[in-house]
Design a protein around this ligand. Sequence first.
Ligand SMILES: [Zn+2]
Length: 167
Amino acid sequence: MEQDFYYLCGYCGKNGNVLHQKFHIDHFVPKSLDKKREKDYYNLVLACPRCNLSKSDKWPTEDIARPHNGKSGFVDPADPEFDEHLERNEKGYVVGKTSVGKSMCNMLHLDIRRTDIYWNAAQLKTQLKELEELYREGRLTEQQKDIYIETNMIFNEYIDQAFIKGE
Ligand SMILES: [Zn+2]
């Protein structure tokens, strides 16, 4: 399950590997609406606790066959249509592109959450790992050492923010 989602929350894209967090298994169509799909793998979404708890039993259309009605509702993260409704802006925040996307952001509180934190932290972690690899190989230049220290400082600021904001 985690591998299928690359350890990313299906909704906010939070990377569970940054702090080795335990994620939840969300039922895209809520269990309360469709008992039959409780064990259907295609109805399961890897989700961070904040997205899963925010989504809960919400299902605006009240029709299990219709995740959204063109105005509000949800889009399955596994559906290619997902990217038509939501995107990540240049600062790393998840934003709604359509009215459905905006309704999703509202229901999952993505519009008031720091969805940039883990996204940026994950990119910085990758850069740090690359520099550490160079260091182990004895190929790290003085300039890269400075970059490493600066990158590590910014990374730690994001991690502090993750705890402060409860992300
Ligand atoms: Zn999430």
